[in-house]
Design a protein. Sequence first.
Length: 82
Amino acid sequence: MIEAYVLLRIKPGQDRSVFGKVKKLKQVTEMDTVYGAYDLLAKVQVETMEDLDSFIFDTIRTIKGVERSTTLITIEPPAEGR
C-alpha cells in the first residue's frame, strides 16, 4: 500500500469546487484546506506506484481549477542503529 500527501494550489475562486471533487475520490482518506504556498492537502492511499502516477496525472491534474500539485510519498523510517 502506498500512502502520500498531495498538496494542491488552486486557481482563485475555485477552492470549494475543487475541494468537493477531490474529497469524493475513493483514494482520498483525508482532506484539509490550508494556508500558505498551497491551498488544499489530500492524504491518499493507492496500491502501487503506477496507481499513484495515474491518480495524480489522470485524475488530480485534470480537475478544473487545479493549478499545481506536489506529492509527498510516506515511508517507514529506518530502524534505530542503522
